[in-house]
Design a protein around this ligand. Structure first.
Ligand code: NAP
Length: 241
């Protein structure tokens, strides 16, 4: 009964607390009361009641499921360039509004994934509030840079990495590039949303946010905003799956 009441309460509380609880359940769901909870969630659900027979409200528990949202974020010029003539320092040409928005998005994310080439550009601030996961074919190269719970290096495939993170009960994963990493994630259909800033500039030469690869991905524009006088646009797309 205590467990049941606990679960009903769980539906009404903030997502941060929810997340912590979910992680706890995820980690501790090996046996004991958690096994009981799992059986309960599986079998005492709305769908197990035959048509015409009403379900006793006191027994019903909404199955608690974490939907992990995987967001790919980039800033680009109008002609699709994500670097200026190959210079890796993006903030030299992107607007102040984009810096602020990117900073906030970064701070709000629990997990941030990037490729080793982007990581190597400049040192990044670490925090106990988030884990930076750097993808590299050779994690041993970065052994001395690892910080437990804050900075990790992995040679997992994107699919393996994402299924590991799902086990952890994280709500939002931010994939910040570069183009090789974004292409790998898009190819494997792992991205749920694309958040793209378009700066009103044209560079002519420089890379796109995907590398040369045959992709066929449809998007749905769910949100857009003009954020300054010059016309910097922040677009949010959902990936149609
Ligand atoms: N405008 C923007 O918003 C934005 C955002 C991010 C980056 N950038 C720019 O993009 C440039 C870097 O992009 P990039 O495409 O060259 O490099 P990247 O995507 O940052 O990193 C690619 C590297 O990641 C490692 N890797 C590990 N697993 C991988 C996998 N499954 N798929 C692909 N790579 C994997 C490999 O390095 P190992 O050799 O270690 O194995 C690979 O060379 C920089 O100039 C940066 O400034 C722009």
């Amino acid at each position: 009964m205590v467990l049941l009441r606990g679960l009903r309460w769980q539906r009404g509380i903030s997502s941060k607390v929810n997340n912590t609880l979910a992680r706890y359940f995820c980690i501790g769901s090996i046996g004991g009361p958690h096994l009981f909870q799992f059986i309960l969630l599986r079998f005492v659900s709305k769908n197990t009641y035959p048509a015409g027979i009403s379900r006793p409200e006191s027994l019903y528990i909404e199955p608690y499921k974490i939907e992990m949202n995987i967001v790919l974020i980039f800033v680009s010029t109008v002609d699709g360039k994500v670097t200026k003539w190959g210079d890796p320092h993006v903030q030299r040409w992107s607007s102040q509004k984009d810096h602020d928005y990117f900073q906030k998005t970064w701070n709000d994310s629990e997990i941030i994934i990037m490729g080793s080439t982007t990581f190597d550009v400049e040192p990044l601030p670490l925090s106990k509030d988030r884990i930076l996961v750097i993808m590299t074919g050779d994690p041993s190269k970065y052994k001395n840079k690892e910080v437990l719970g804050q900075l990790e290096f992995t040679n997992e495939t994107p699919k393996k990495l994402i299924s590991r993170l799902k086990e952890g009960g994280f709500e939002r994963v931010l994939v910040v590039g570069g183009p090789h990493i974004s292409t790998s994630f898009l190819k494997d259909r792992l991205i749920d949303e694309l958040w793209l800033t378009i700066e009103p500039r044209i560079f002519g030469s420089g890379g796109n946010f995907v590398t040369e690869e045959k992709l066929d991905i449809n998007l749905y524009l769910k949100n857009y905003a003009k954020v300054n006088e010059e016309g910097t646009l922040i677009l949010k797309y959902t990936v149609i799956k």
